[in-house]
Ligand binder design. Structure first.
Ligand code: NAD
Length: 349
């Protein structure tokens, strides 16, 4: 029998990481987690937490020991959306870019065979919506600090990619679905939460901006595909991560949430412009990662699943607007209560 491979997931105590560790354990990997723990306490305990070896550590302090006997790194850790990245711009660069460089260099020297990186579709910035954006030819126009940090990281990682150290980059659509660390600050989850708590879904724009979305389990499936697909297919490749038919307007996403919420009210306020609108092509990921990548969750299924999660955990307005499900609120709280300092490092007593 082949020995099990060991995967280090950074950011495993976040939204995606809290689903990914169980997913990879089921696929017979040994999983190790490394996370600073900003959201450690934001756990709904909706499903059993995975018992894995856990390092509570800032990614900026990573060292060789963290990579001992590790075969694969899935690097999720970071300040992980546009508003969060604007909180402390220099720190976003430190955590999202410089620490990625450090981790990847250490991983390469330690003999890690694959380094899977989650970038973002934010790097496309404001785009022409008539065309679906592909990975290589489309214009990149990163505007926020978050998007810039992802773009710089991608470039660096592709430079150090080699036949023995395979780099695979994913640019996920906005994620939805249940996780022990559920987020209300992402589009479908947010609209579902609003429908559940207020019996009304509101959109501040005209609802016309395009937003590709993907279920969290399909993200896990893609990351797994990146681990097991043959090296000659995936080495040094970038993939838009999404699902065929996964390009929706915000209004279409809201209509799905409304349906899932037994036709609650939907209000389109239209007093706010959102310049971010993009449609993305997913041809490459289907072509290269077949048969390993086989996404299957629609908004309809995601809606049903989120509704039963809300009922079970008695999801309330405190959850909807509070630190447990909103990353910016959580980090601001940790700063205000002096648990972390301006460099977003935990204060030691
Ligand atoms: N969720 C989405 O819609 C989405 C879309 C595109 C890309 N992504 C990318 O996927 C990755 C995971 O996203 P997520 O939604 O799970 O984010 P998340 O914010 O829920 O989780 C990120 C995790 O990283 C950890 N972290 C942050 N700074 C750290 C540091 N200095 N040291 C160690 N750990 C640190 C946090 O504690 C957190 O647990 C991110 O890189 C994000 O940019 C997410």
């Amino acid at each position: 029998m082949k020995p099990k491979k060991k995967v280090l997931i950074t950011g495993n105590l976040g939204y995606i990481g809290s689903v990914l560790s169980g997913y990879l354990i089921k696929k017979n990997f040994i999983v190790k987690g490394l996370d600073v723990g900003y959201f450690k306490k934001c756990n709904f305990n909706f499903y059993k937490n995975d018992k894995i070896s856990q390092s509570i550590k800032d990614i900026r302090d990573v060292n060789f020991n963290d990579l001992k006997n590790v075969d694969i790194v899935v690097h999720l850790a970071g300040l992980s959306n546009d508003p969060l990245g604007e909180l402390a711009k220099n720190i976003t660069n430190e955590i999202n870019y410089k620490a990625t460089v450090k981790l990847a260099n250490l991983a390469k020297k330690s003999g890690v065979q694959r380094f899977i990186f989650t970038s973002s579709q934010s790097i496309y910035g404001i785009s022409k919506i008539s065309k679906e954006l592909d990975e290589y030819k489309s214009v990149k126009n990163p505007i926020t600090q978050y998007a810039k940090s992802k773009m710089k990281s991608e470039k660096y990682l592709l430079r150090i990619n080699s036949p023995k150290f395979n780099v695979i980059i994913f640019r996920p659509s906005t994620v939805f679905g249940v996780s022990n660390r559920f987020r209300s600050d992402i589009v479908f989850n947010n609209l579902m939460a609003s429908g559940f708590v207020k019996n009304e879904i509101t959109i501040n724009t005209d609802g016309k901006p395009w937003r590709p979305v993907i279920h969290v389990k399909d993200v896990c499936n893609a990351l797994y595909a990146g681990i097991v697909a043959p090296s000659k297919k995936v080495n040094g490749q970038i993939y838009n991560l999404g699902i065929v038919g996964g390009n929706y307007t915000v209004k279409q996403i809201a209509l799905n949430a409304k349906k899932a919420m037994n036709n609650c009210k939907l209000k389109i306020i239209n007093d706010h412009k959102d310049p971010r609108s993009y449609k993305v092509s997913f041809n490459k990921i289907y072509k290269d990662l077949k048969p390993y990548y086989a996404p299957k969750y629609t908004l309809k299924e995601g809606g049903k699943e989120i509704l039963s999660f809300f009922k079970k955990i008695k999801f309330s307005n405190i959850h909807f607007k509070g630190q447990k499900t909103n990353r910016l609120v959580r980090l601001k709280y940790l700063i205000e209560t002096k648990q972390i300092n301006k460099k977003l490092r935990f204060n030691t007593k």
